[in-house]
Design a protein around this ligand. Sequence first.
Ligand code: GAL
Length: 393
Amino acid sequence: MRKEFNLLFLLVISTIICSAQKYTNLAPAPPMGWNSWNFFNCNINEEKIKHMADAMASNGMKEAGYQYIVIDDCWQVSRDKDGYVIADPNKFPSGIKALADYIHSKGLKFGIYSCAGRLTCQKRPGGAGYEDKDAQRYAEWGVDYLKYDWCNSEGMTSTVQYSRMRDALYKAKRPIIFSLCEWGSTKPWLWADTVGQLWRTTGDIQDRFATGHGVLKIFDEQSKIRQYNKPNAWNDPDMLEVGNMGLSYVESRTHFTLWCMMAAPLIAGNNLHTMKPDILQILTNKNAIAVDQDKLGIPCFLWTKANGIEAWMKPLADGSYAVCFLNRGMSAASLDFDLKQIANDPDFKKSYSIDGGYAVFDVWNNKELGTTQKNITASIKGHDVLFVLLKKK
Ligand code: GAL
């Protein structure tokens, strides 16, 4: 009886998920943009968001591939008598449509935040029961990207709630990227590829490197679900902390490298207006970004460990490879590594054989390091990486 009930439940859920539609091919590569939460939290207003758009449009980020300016929680205050959501008139006096128009005028795209529950995480009006009205408004305003959270959803079923919003967005007739944010709590990698284009796989990132729920902890969690990543269906290990207070320069660079190696969405979370040039250089490194945006969308796997350094490999569409040597320790470690080896990808069930015929290119130092014929040698600082590309000669 219980087995039959489970089967019936699964049938109902899969019918609900599959019977409606979403726009296709909105995110062939992991989305790139900026979101207000990691730096500003609730402390947002239209001037700050416009400043961020100005920065992105003029500092090289737009050319590097960043597109979306996303306002996170706290832009909304209540609903009107017809149930339509109202933006905070003090913080957004010109209204959301005007802000979207401004962002579009800069050649960028506009993203917004809401929640599948009754209230958002900061207790603003949530989307439950108002999906059609919200989607209609978003389409009128010119929203291009919706991040949809999971607070205050007690008693609700994620597949049902998120599918409702997926359907409402489709009915509203505007292609809007749908970014699910239920923190991996109901394994979205198993069902959300028919619902949205990306899904959070984890709780909130902390602005730290080796401790707490920081960069390394999240990176380690992702290996177990890497086989679910593919174009238009991305695991999202959360937004970047690159350039924020809790990370040193080297840690920011390692963080960015690991997210590129995972083919993760690159949603910056720092103050784009005041960031230092070296942080901008990290965020706009074209070789690192090309690894992230590679059209295979295969996340890295652990190739081998050598002398306390991990070697992670990511196969790329043109037959080259990205390899990241990661030093998790606090002090420098030396690398002396023969790249002529076979790498077995356990999840994608493929083997890659590296011979002596590859040129080795150092991404962060922007220089050729010879070929795979000879060992690669380096001293890698604590928490640093050596990030190389192996290109067939
Ligand atoms: C969390 C979410 C964060 C941020 C925050 C806003 O649930 O994971 O990324 O959006 O809510 O309240």
